[in-house]
Design a protein around this ligand. Structure first.
Ligand SMILES: Cc1cc2nc3c(=O)[nH]c(=O)nc-3n(C[C@H](O)[C@H](O)[C@H](O)COP(=O)(O)OP(=O)(O)OC[C@H]3O[C@@H](n4cnc5c(N)ncnc54)[C@H](O)[C@@H]3O)c2cc1C
Length: 372
């Protein structure tokens, strides 16, 4: 395509969602992807679409995005795997149960359905959990999906709507154009950088670093888990930018397998599996679901979350170069927030009213470190 309105660099879920929505809005779109749709963190993720409440801005974008996912998933092909299993946030003791009740109030104040389960109700809801947990917060409208299939489907939709997909690696941005590894340049009215954890390679100074995460998938098993089950302590793991942390997070897959997570480590782009981290993760998981100890693991892998210092994504114009927009830094919520991110970018580029206040996500905001 010669001189499209917008060139989207990166076809992870974030870039794919943006490209599809821009094409839907009638813009001429070119997508530039180094490998294939979903090749990055999108292909490594759990696919949990979850309203998280670390900050009002995180809550607002998650809530808007999850509502949009319910619309999008109704139209996407079956391969997107829409599973309305909801989330159970486990409270191990009375203190965590009090925290669950605080979250309940916050969710209700914002119109998100949720309920607190006591120990007896929790045991009935998830018999595979160890006895003695204090209870849980159940968020029934959270979902589970299959991100790489969705990225592919959105790119296919975008192409049906007139977008073009070019498989090349972008190596440099220049005003109004992108230079690729084969020496070609691609000019466009606007450029959206959606290259996930790699975004700082194109935009030096962009505050995004890779945060590695391990996942394990089990063999098919008769052990049943009915929700995405997460320990409330996960929030602490997600928000601490220090050393390696692990937290219990299990997801039932359609195949009868269980996806077991997860770790968070700042080790650059080191893609090696670390036995010690896997061992900690699995030990943690079996303290919550003892039966997991007897289920063989089928495969383990790592992915890289695009992390920012204040745990909020970077969505909007990049002050360093006219016509360049950024959509990255979603850390562990990039699957969830892809829909809302696309809405914000489309509004920014078309001048339509944004669906929520874009200010907290601006790439040039002052950024304090997220509280440990
Ligand atoms: C273990 C793990 C579990 C997770 N679980 C969840 C979850 O349950 N729910 C949730 O919401 N989020 C989850 N996440 C986070 C989520 O995966 C990411 O936030 C999200 O995938 C980021 O999407 P993206 O499109 O920005 O980046 P990516 O998916 O990494 O896509 C970037 C794309 O850009 C391409 N690219 C890179 N550089 C270039 C270049 N120079 N030129 C051209 N193309 C380029 C890459 O090939 C890639 O396709 C998880 C992450 C991990 C690691």
């Amino acid at each position: 395509m010669s001189h499209p309105d917008v060139l989207v660099v990166g076809a992870g879920l974030v870039g794919a969602a943006i490209a599809r929505e821009l094409a839907r809005a009638g813009l001429r779109v070119q997508i530039l992807e180094a490998e294939f749709a979903g090749a990055g963190s999108t292909g490594a993720a759990m696919g949990h679409l979850v309203v998280m409440d670390d900050s009002p801005a995180q809550f607002a974008l998650c809530q808007h995005s999850c509502a949009r996912w319910r619309e999008w998933l109704a139209e996407l092909p079956a391969a997107a795997e829409r599973d309305p299993c909801g989330t159970l946030w486990l409270a191990a003791d009375d203190e965590e149960l009090r925290a669950a009740r605080d979250k309940l109030r916050l969710y209700h104040d914002h119109g998100v359905r949720a309920e607190v389960l006591d120990a007896v109700q929790l045991a009935a809801a998830e018999p595979a959990l160890r006895p003695g947990l204090a209870g849980a917060l159940r968020v029934p409208d959270d979902l589970v999906c299959y991100p790489p299939a969705i990225a592919r489907a959105l790119i296919e939709d975008a192409v049906r709507l007139g977008a073009t997909l070019t498989v090349r690696r972008a190596v440099a941005l220049e005003p109004g154009r992108v230079r690729c590894n084969d020496g070609t340049t691609h000019a466009a009215g606007a450029i959206v950088v959606a290259t996930g954890a790699h975004a700082a390679a194109l935009l030096p100074g962009l505050p995004v670093v890779p945060r590695r995460g391990h996942l394990v998938i089990t063999d098919r098993t008769p052990l049943r888990v009915h929700h995405q089950v997460v320990e409330l302590g996960y929030l602490h793991s997600a928000h601490t930018m220090g050393g390696a942390s692990v937290a219990f997070n299990v997801q039932p897959r359609r195949t009868g397998q269980l996806l077991v997570g997860s770790s968070r480590e700042l080790v650059g782009f080191d893609g090696r599996l670390e036995r010690a981290v896997l061992a900690r993760m699995l030990a943690r998981a079996t303290t919550f679901i003892p039966g997991l100890a007897r289920v063989p693991a089928s495969r383990a892998w790592v992915g890289f979350r695009p992390a920012t210092p204040d745990a909020l994504p970077l969505i909007g114009p990049w002050p360093g170069m006219e016509g360049v927009w950024v959509a990255t830094g979603h850390e562990g919520l990039g699957i969830t927030m892809a829909t809302g991110t696309a809405d914000l970018i489309v509004a920014g580029l078309t001048g339509a009213p944004p669906p929520l206040d874009p200010f907290p996500y601006r790439p040039d905001r002052p950024m304090a470190e997220a509280a440990a």
